[in-house]
Design a protein. Sequence first.
Length: 286
Amino acid sequence: MVKSHSLRIQRVPRKFSLYLLFSLFFLCPDLWASQDAMVLSERAVIYSDKEMTSPIGYVSRGKKLVVGEIPRNRAQVYPIVVSGKVAYIRVNDVTTERESMDSTRLTAERFQKNTLPTFQGKFSVSYFAYNSTIKLDDDVPDDGFFWHGISLKGEVFLKNRFDFQILANWMQTQEKAIKFRAFEIGPGMAFRLIDTRRFLLRVEAQLLAIPYSSYAQGSDFRVNSYGYTAGGGLTSTILFDENWGMDLSAGLYRTGMFSFKAPDPYGEIDPVFTGIRMGIGVNYTY
């Protein structure tokens, strides 16, 4: 004869029930409700705390997120989950499906931030080689001069694929006893032919002043003058991450220097150098 067994259900201890309810409603308020959001800012910072004192990363414009429905810290941040942990993003950096802003000040701040133009740019330092021929007065181009140079360049990325540049270059060359040096500074413009997340290809043009140049013949003399450089070409930028990258450039340039008044028997010269510049460098995008 088979005996029947009644199913016994263990009672959950009251203390455990109270602890579970306390955890859900007080320790995890960020999990009550969520909503879809999209990043509006160019680079929205993610913080580890609601007071926004410890940034831990950022997300780019257009990124879709899931954020908490209730903003924290006086409606300044939304909670989000990053790698299984609760983090925070500024309210005025995102837009949500059920957006409700209690602060008129934050609404005005968002409107101002989204209507003002945002600019990005970069700094770069590079080495370049300038393989040129020299022309004196009306003579035909003479033997070549191979220059070595260092370039510092700052850029601002404008709208419609145009970029504005400021350059400062130092270069020098020596053939036998003849030595030339030049410092160049001035503006440039660039147009982005290819513009992707990790690669840029641009056509550039620059017009640079030469406030200082020198011409020396061994230990016999050294005289100073001034001049100009005009030219342009192509520059490619390979980005390793969101900030650092490498530049490769090549272009045709013309460098003119005025009135090097060397002593007799050398006489006065006005050299013009024309040739190809090729460069390689590193850049930091901000």
